[in-house]
Structures are given as C-alpha cells and as structure tokens.
Design a protein around this ligand. Structure first.
Ligand SMILES: Nc1ncnc2c1ncn2[C@@H]1O[C@H](COP(=O)(O)OP(=O)(O)OP(=O)(O)O)[C@@H](O)[C@H]1O
Length: 705
C-alpha cells in the first residue's frame, strides 16, 4: 500500500496493490486498506475481519454432477473387475486345448472316459481354482469398507454374482477352446475374446449412453445383445450397476435434495440430462438393478454346457451323416471306375467284404474282427482315404504300409473316432464307428503316431491312470502296471516325468498304454519309431506274444523288416488306396519274381569311382530282362525278373566281373519287401481333389473334417 498526494479537496489518499491472479488477493488488500483507515483516522482498537465464504451450491447442479460421477465411477469399477476376471477364467483354456492337441484327451476317451466325466472333473478342478482367488474381491471390499458392495448384506449379492459368473465364464471358455488347435494361440485368442467381450463391450455401451450423443437406443440394443452372449459383459454390468445404484440412492435420499426437489428421484430425470434413478431392490429387472444380467449369466452357463455336450456327443457329425447319407449313391458311383485298375487281391478282398457285408456283420461264424467297408475320408477338398475295403480276421497281425501322407494315420483316426468318417463305415466286432464308437473304443487299445502323454505325470502314474480307466480292479493295478513296465523295458524310467522321457521311451510308454487292460483289438501307429534295435526286438517279441494270446493287431510301420517279422498280412497304401494285399511271402512271390542284385563299384588307381556303364552293359547282355532299380555313387541295384536264371550262373558271372569290371562287392538275394514297397510308391502321383465334396464342405462350414 502506498500513500499518494491528495488531489482537489481530498484530505488524504491511499493506493492498494494486489495480485490479480490469486483468488482472495483483492479482498485481503481491501481488508488491509480498510483496517489502515480505521486505525489511523478513528481509533487504534477498531479492526475489521473479512471472511470469504462460497455461496450455497446450486443443488440441482450438484446433484447432476454427483450422478455423472456415480455413472463414471460405477463403469470404471465394473470395467476393471471384468478385466481382471477375464485373465482368471480364460487361463483354464490352456489344458483342454493342450490335452486335445497332443491326443491325451482322445486316449482317455478311447480308454472309456465319457464327455460328462471328462468335463465335470475339469470343471470341478477349474472352479476350485477360480473361486478362491475370486473370493478375495469381497474381502478387499470389506477391508476397505466399500459400503456400495458391503452394506446391508450386499456381500452376499457379490458372492452370488461371482459364483454364477464362474459357471458361465468357464463353460463359455470350454466352448471357445474348440476353435483352437494350439494351446498358446488358443490362450492368447481366448484372453483377447474375454477382453473384447467384457471391458470393450461395456465401454462401448457406456459411451453410447452419453446423453449428448442421442444414441441411447443403440446402447439398449447392444446391451441386450451383449447380455445374451457374454458372461464378462454381465459381470461388468453387475458391479457397475450395484455401485451406481448405491450412489444414486445416496443422492436421492439426501435431505436437502428431498426438500428442494420434492420428487428428486427418479422424477427429476425431467430436469437433468442424466437420470438419477435407483432401485431399492438391487436384483430389480430395471436398470440400475442387476436382475437381467444375473439371469442371463445363469442361462449362459446352462446353454454353453449344452453346446459343449452337443459337440462332445458328436451331434454335428451325426447331422452331417444324416445329410450326407444321400451321398452314398454318389460315392458308390466311383467304385466301378476304380475296380478296373486295382490289384486282383485287393479287388477280391473288396468283393468279399462288400458282397456279403450283412451276413459277415451279423453271423456268429464270421472270423473278421475288423471290417472296413468303402471307407472314405476327405479333409475339405483333399482325399486322404479313398474307398478302402478290408476284413481283418481275429488273431491276425495286419500291417498297413505306405509312404508319408498315404492315409494310414487317417484310417486309424477314423477307426478310433478321432476324426469323422466322410462316407463308408467300419465295424469292430460288429460295432460300427459311425453310430457305436463307444463300443468300438471299449474293444480297442490304441498307440497313436504322436505320443499322447501328459508331461506332468510319471510313466507309472500314466499307466495306473489308464488301468483305472480300463476298469482293472484296484488291487490288480500295481501288478498290471509293473508287468507292462518290465516287458517294455521302462523300469529305470518308470518314476520319471513323461515330459522328460527320450523319444524312444515315449514310444514304449505309448505302446504300454495301448496294451493296458488286454484289449482284444490293438492298433499301433508306428510303435517302434525311434526305438533302439534291442528295444525294437523286445517290442516284436511282446507283440508276437500278444497275438499268440488271441489278440488282433493292426500296425503301421516304415520298417519293412518289422512288417516282415511281425505281420501275417500286409497292405500297401498309395494315395489313400490299397495297391496290393497279402502275406509278405505272397507279395514277394507275386511282385518280386527273380533276384535282386546289389553291386558296389570299386575305386580306380587314381582314387575315382569305377564307371557304372560298362558293368550295366555287361549285366544287360547276360540278363536282357534286368532293370536298374537304383543307381547312385557306385551303388547299383538291379532287378532280375527271370526266376529261371540259375543262382550259380549269377555268381560265376559276378566273380568274373570283380576283376574285369572293377566290382568291389556284390550280393544276390530274393526280392525284399522294401523293393516291392519302393516299386509301388515310387510312382505315386499327387492325390486328387474331390470337387463335389469340396463344394459341400465349403457350404457345410467345414463339417467335413
Ligand atoms: N487335419 C487334416 N487336414 C487336412 N489334411 C490332413 C489332415 N490330416 C491329415 N491330412 C492329410 O491327409 C493325408 C494323409 O495323412 P496321414 O496322416 O493319414 O498320412 P500317413 O500315411 O499316416 O503318413 P505318415 O507315414 O507320414 O504318418 C496327408 O496328405 C495329410 O497332409
């Protein structure tokens, strides 16, 4: 403050400065000035006190502001809770996908686990793992005295919502897992779906409810749609509405509000942009009650479980079988054209099986344990198995040979119910795979191509589990398990985790799983792949004993030696069809007449390989029918088809060529199974497409899997 010279008739003057940026600056300055005047001109004991008090609030505005805040706060609470819960419930998708991916689920199904048992046990375990962490939520609310969720026994409402949400979210997750074949991808995708179906949808509806946008109608429609489909949305809505309802009730029961605006809530919606509505019953049907959300969440739990069971009980497949039943005629139309080109043994077997199918199936005298009738499988447009017909008598060890992608595993998968049959049918002991797969599975032991092991279980635990599933009495299980561990040489590894097994030991364990319970029919898909020679021979001994004990075996293998040693009958598959059929000796006699001559050329003095041409010319001069089967790096493989050629003659010629033509080594022997296999498969052409099925598959949304 500064004294200034008086002007005109003024006695004195003062000038006050104040900081205009501060809210109270002007008032304080005035107060100082007035006090100065009073004390200098009147009496020093006078003093003025200035108080700055805001005017009373505009009740309407305050009420509207609180309502907006309650909406936003409610939304944020619901959004955050549903975000967290998404991670808790979607993590349970990992193991169902993983078990399906590695085939462990299918193995359990083949061993007798029904869909209800499988999913109920999964659900109980998952629900226990869900409910404990989720109960922390009411505890946190209680410890922070959150009246909105705790007062008036509302914690019971919270617990009810969390329990119902647990059931519906888990069943929703179980249905979603069918869409994914890889566990990590599935987990990520289901989490993303959870986030979209909870926080994102909630936010979308919240934004559409902003009054200025005039989109309340869209918000209501989306609210109903999301409420019908997504458990996460309902959870967010429940928590959001409980909070909003509580705050609104507080605002509307406010004494001042009740005096000034007599019909404050909900009638004061007439005055405000955002309605301060509330329901005394939190479970009310009208918003912000949570009745519809809780009801729809409970219904979702039920509906998703029904969908899960429909898929598990193969209802889509059965419908597909019904629809595609009319296609049988179309399929049969293909048979005539095929018959003219196939091998005579295959054609005879086809006629035998197809001509007397009824009598074979139902006659007690039938010796066929397994019957394939025009079995056909296409994956979309790709024909994997092309109308194969076969009967496998009891106590036979039948070998299915074929190069990679020939259709062997697909045949096994159809027989075990892993994939659906596109057309045709297969019968195991009179039960067909289309309509009676449970009975088929009950009669079979199965060793899949890829080890269907649960990594977290030891070999002994795995075999014990399958022994229980097969119904072996508890007292006998240790004996059964130990004998399987012994005969498959797994003793040193029996108590190690399966995930730590070597490839060969995994195959041994998978084979042991197929033998648990001594099933009458055993299917082994490349059982000896990766086994060392000793283990392989031990496996052959075991399988021979199993067959000798009256069991029927069907196996695939890429080892011709194994098929020669084990199989009583063999079929070679090319492009999903059988190209030859018979015992190993029959195939050798039929397709391998004459001799096989294998020659290794020697080195010249300068270290280079002796030329092949003079020797090939020499052989052709002496055996005009001889053909070169294979020729690389001085290794020449001849086929001498003339069975009348004397062995002594071959040997004398070869001895003379040793010095004349620089042959280092040679061998002469009967045509092997491997050579017959190579003969058939070396001319394999890319498989054909089924255009008719392709159209159907596309129109039927990929049901043809
Ligand atoms: N799920 C699928 N979807 C599409 N095509 C498939 C599917 N499964 C298999 N196939 C195809 O079907 C054909 C037959 O496959 P399959 O597994 O039956 O052959 P395989 O004879 O068992 O071969 P390998 O000896 O290599 O095990 C292959 O060309 C394969 O690519």
């Amino acid at each position: 403050m500064q004294a200034i010279p008086p002007r005109g008739n003024e006695k004195s003057a003062a000038l006050g400065f104040y900081n205009g940026q501060t809210y109270h600056g002007k008032g304080i300055t005035m107060n100082y000035m007035m006090n100065t005047f009073l004390q200098t001109t009147l009496n020093r004991s006078f003093s003025l006190h200035t108080t700055l008090s805001p005017l009373p609030k505009d009740l309407k505005k305050a009420s509207e502001k609180n309502t907006v805040i309650s909406h936003i706060a409610g939304h944020v609470v619901g959004l955050l809770i549903s975000f967290g819960m998404t991670f808790l419930t979607t993590m349970f998708v990992f193991f169902p996908i993983k078990e399906r991916q590695v085939g462990a689920k299918h193995m359990q199904v083949v061993s007798g686990v029904g869909p209800i048992t499988y999913w109920l046990s999964a659900f109980i375990w998952d629900f226990i793992n869900y409910i404990f962490p989720s109960m922390l939520l009411p505890l946190i609310f209680a410890s922070y005295s959150k009246s909105a969720y705790m007062d008036d026994d509302r914690y019971m409402l919270i617990i009810l919502v969390l329990v119902i949400y647990g059931v519906s979210a888990l069943s929703f997750t179980y249905v979603l897992q069918f869409a994914f074949d890889s566990a990590p991808t599935g987990l990520v995708m289901v989490v993303i779906t959870g986030i979209i179906s909870g926080p994102v949808t909630t936010t979308a509806v919240f934004i559409l409810r902003i009054p200025d946008l005039n989109t309340e109608g869209y918000a209501d429609t989306l609210d109903w749609i999301f409420m019908t489909i997504f458990p996460n949305y309902n959870l967010a809505a429940c928590f959001s509405n409980i909070y909003t309802n509580y705050i609104n009730m507080m605002i509307c029961t406010n004494v001042e509000c009740a005096i000034e605006i007599s019909s404050c809530c909900p009638a004061h919606c007439r005055f405000f942009k955002i309605c301060t509505t509330y329901e005394t019953n939190y479970m009310a049907w009208k918003r912000p009650g949570i009745g519809p959300y809780v009801l729809f969440m409970a219904c979702q739990g039920f509906v998703y479980i029904v969908i899960l069971m429909l898929v598990e009980y193969h209802v889509p497949q059965r419908l597909w079988y019904l629809i595609s039943g009319s296609l049988e005629e179309y399929e049969c139309g293909c048979e005539g054209s095929m018959a003219s080109t196939i091998d005579s043994d295959v054609a005879v077997e086809e006629r035998r099986v197809n001509s007397c199918r009824a009598s074979l199936l139902f006659s007690k005298d039938s010796t066929d344990s397994l019957l394939l009738l025009n079995l056909y499988k296409c994956y979309g447009t790709f024909i994997a198995v092309d109308h194969i017909s076969l009967g496998v008598p009891e106590q036979e060890c039948f070998g299915l040979l074929g190069q990679n992608g020939a259709g062997k595993t697909t045949t096994f998968k159809m027989l075990t119910g892993d994939v659906m049959v596109t057309s045709g049918n297969a019968y195991l002991k009179g039960h067909d795979v289309r309509n009676n797969i449970k009975k088929v599975q009950a009669n079979m032991g199965y060793c899949p191509q890829f080890d269907a092991l649960i990594d977290q279980m030891t070999g002994r635990e795995t075999l014990t589990m399958y022994a229980r599933l097969r119904g072996i009495p508890e007292a006998n299980i240790p004996v059964v398990v130990n004998s399987l561990i012994d005969i498959l040489m797994l003793k040193p590894h029996a108590d190690k985790l399966a995930g730590q097994y070597s490839g060969g030991n995994k195959r041994k364990l998978s084979t042991a799983m197929a033998l648990v319970g001594d099933p009458p029919f055993i299917m082994l898909d490349e059982p000896s792949a990766g086994m060392d020679p000793k283990a392989r021979r031990q496996l052959w001994n075991v399988l021979s004993q199993v067959r000798a004990s009256g069991r029927t075996l069907v196996l695939t293998s890429h080892s011709m030696e194994e098929c020669d040693a084990l199989c009583t009958r063999i079929a070679i598959m090319v492009n999903g069809k059988f190209v030859c059929l018979g015992s190993p000796q029959h195939l050798k006699n039929k397709f391998g007449q004459g001799y096989t001559l294998i020659v290794q050329m020697g080195l010249l003095p300068d270290g280079t390989m002796a030329p092949n041409e003079p020797f090939i010319k020499f052989i052709r001069e002496n055996f005009p029918d001889a053909t070169v089967f294979d020729d690389h790096q001085g290794y020449i493989h001849f086929q001498v088809p003339d069975a009348n050629v004397k062995l002594a003659h071959v040997f004398s010629l070869m001895e003379s060529s040793k010095t004349n033509l620089n042959v280092q080594d040679y061998s002469v022997h009967q045509t092997t199974l491997e050579q017959i296999f190579l003969t058939f498969t070396r001319n394999q052409v890319p498989p054909k497409e089924d255009k008719f099925r392709s159209f159907l598959a596309k129109t039927c949304c990929g049901l043809c899997k």
